[in-house]
Design a protein around this ligand. Structure first.
Ligand SMILES: NC(=O)NCCC(=O)O
Ligand SMILES: [Zn+2]
Length: 500
């Protein structure tokens, strides 16, 4: 059992929007008597933390009385690579903001997330500033990806500023949401080329937007306005087509590619062939579309809307295949795409599924769901669990080993995992709560105990922006393969003019 021996508090607590917190414990901290679990190995040992940084990892560390001591096994806090907090989307704004969403994350053992900044009036800088404002109430560390929605010289210039001055090393392209976010292949190619030159990772939401638009029209013409029309209008083949196209285009440009929310076997198999990076999300790993077809209207009306995200949650079988792909390393890390709407927002689509704001939850549940689905079922080891929930994300986005590891010099983002407690009332994963096998008992962020005894111990504003430098490991060797490609052209052929 894990004992909390003593605690030192600072400052005052408070409450915002029904979420209350106690002061964070800021002091020297020793986690002792347990196992230290990292992606590269687990070992018996203690972890000693000062000023938020891990200063020693070894057995039998001795400390004085002033040090807070936790008797426990620790692993790195989770990093969620894919969230949409306070996001403006489909004519409304997601209900979880940078405080409520992060509070949920900390309660679930996630200590950092990466959110998506959208440009404002075409300007990346204005978008960045708007998100700085949204994130000013943060209580957890966070980074930003940037969405590219159109192409011109100023976007190209601002991408450079984002990378060199604003700590962004990834740009996302939506291949769907025709009329709002969607970009065509021309923009995608130019964006990929620019990403490559800046050492930034190109990311795609891969669905064929023109075909989805047609699929939606077809449903409406058939009189299918109900939520299952959402899934029927955008089948796996459209996700697979866009995934394949993005992969081929990235290979043509010889630049890395990260495919967000891989939801079906067909798309996963494209990634398997191509050795690009694939991110499943907990909804796709754990759920299936059965709720979308519930014959009971009340259940349907309540549940369906909650299950509406894009790409859609697929029929049973896809989830198991995605789990298998994760366990064999075909897919690499798990996100959530946390993008939550209230029941009344979801009800915008009561007469037309196209108006249901797309998105599901997961930021609080991710660590537990992955534990239960992958570790408890013996599909992966505990070290693999750390890799796919934390370390791989830190490596891909080039903040390892500051984040994603319990190593000397790393930020002390550590969780103590035991059995689950959950308080959410609305969730896509509702039916599973009482069956969770694990629980995040204590969450430590930069050396502070921020979640313990079901209490949040952080104030808004205490979260830190984590800049992410360009040219992460996915860029290793690219110049060589570029040079090899160019030399393989055997062109231009040096011809001479023959005498006539
Ligand atoms: N996925 C989804 O349905 N909502 C969030 C926006 C996006 O990632 O496409
Ligand atoms: Zn998406």
């Amino acid at each position: 059992s894990h004992q909390l021996m003593c605690e030192v508090g600072t400052g005052n607590g408070g409450s915002i929007g029904g979420i209350s917190w106690l002061p964070a414990s800021l002091s020297k901290l020793l986690i002792k008597g347990g196992t230290v679990v990292n992606a590269h190995r687990q070992e018996r040992g203690d972890v000693y933390v000062e000023d938020g940084i891990i200063v020693a990892v070894k057995p039998n560390i001795k400390v004085g009385d002033e040090v807070m001591v936790l008797d426990a096994t620790g692993m790195p806090g989770g990093i969620d690579p894919h969230t949409h907090l306070d996001a403006e989307f489909m004519g409304t704004v997601a209900v979880d903001d940078f405080f409520s969403g992060q509070a949920a994350a900390l309660a679930g053992g996630t200590t950092m997330h990466i959110d998506f900044v959208h440009p404002v009036n075409g300007s990346l800088m204005s978008g960045f500033e708007a998100y700085e404002k949204k994130a000013s109430k943060s209580c957890m560390d966070y980074g930003f990806h940037m969405v590219i929605r159109h192409w011109d010289e100023s976007v190209s210039k601002e991408m450079e500023i984002m990378v060199k001055e604003n700590g962004i090393n990834s740009f996302k392209f939506f291949m769907v949401y025709k009329g709002t976010f969607m970009v065509d292949d021309k923009v995608l190619l130019r964006g990929m080329k620019r990403c490559k030159s800046l050492g930034a990772l190109a990311m795609v939401h891969a669905e064929n937007g023109d075909a989805v638009f047609e699929g939606q029209k077809r449903m409406i013409e058939l009189g299918i306005t109900v939520p299952e029309g959402h899934a029927l209008s955008r089948p796996p083949m459209l996700e697979a087509e866009a995934t394949m196209r993005a992969i081929r285009l990235a290979s043509f440009m010889n630049t890395p590619l990260y495919v967000v929310h891989v939801m079906c076997i067909d798309a996963m198999e494209e990634i398997a062939k191509a050795r690009k990076t694939g991110e499943p999300v907990v909804s796709g790993l754990v759920l299936d579309d059965s709720k979308l077809w519930d014959p009971d209207f009340i259940t349907a009306a309540k549940q369906d809307f909650r299950y509406v995200m894009s790409p859609p949650i697929r029929e049973s079988g896809h989830n198991k295949a995605l789990q298998a792909a994760l366990s064999t390393g075909v897919l690499h890390l798990v996100g959530t795409d946390h993008c939550t709407f209230s029941s009344s927002q979801k009800a915008f689509g009561i007469d037309d599924f196209r108006k249901i704001p797309n998105g599901v939850n997961g930021i609080e549940e991710r660590m537990h769901l992955v534990w239960d689905t992958m570790v408890e079922s013996s599909q992966i080891s505990v070290t693999d669990y750390v890799r796919i929930t934390s370390t791989e994300c830190a490596r891909i986005f080039n903040i390892y080993p500051r984040k994603g590891a319990i190593l000397v010099g790393s930020d002390a983002d550590i969780i103590i995992f035991n059995e689950l407690r959950n308080k959410s009332k609305i969730s896509s994963f509702e039916n599973q709560y009482e069956f969770f096998q694990g629980k995040v008992e204590v969450t430590i962020s930069r050396g502070r105990i921020v979640w313990k005894d079901d209490e949040l111990k952080v104030a808004p504003g205490s979260g830190k922006y984590i800049p992410m430098p360009p040219f992460g490991f996915l860029f290793d060797g690219i110049e060589k393969t570029d040079a090899k490609l160019i030399s393989s052209f055997k062109a231009p052929v040096h011809r001479f003019k023959s005498d006539v």
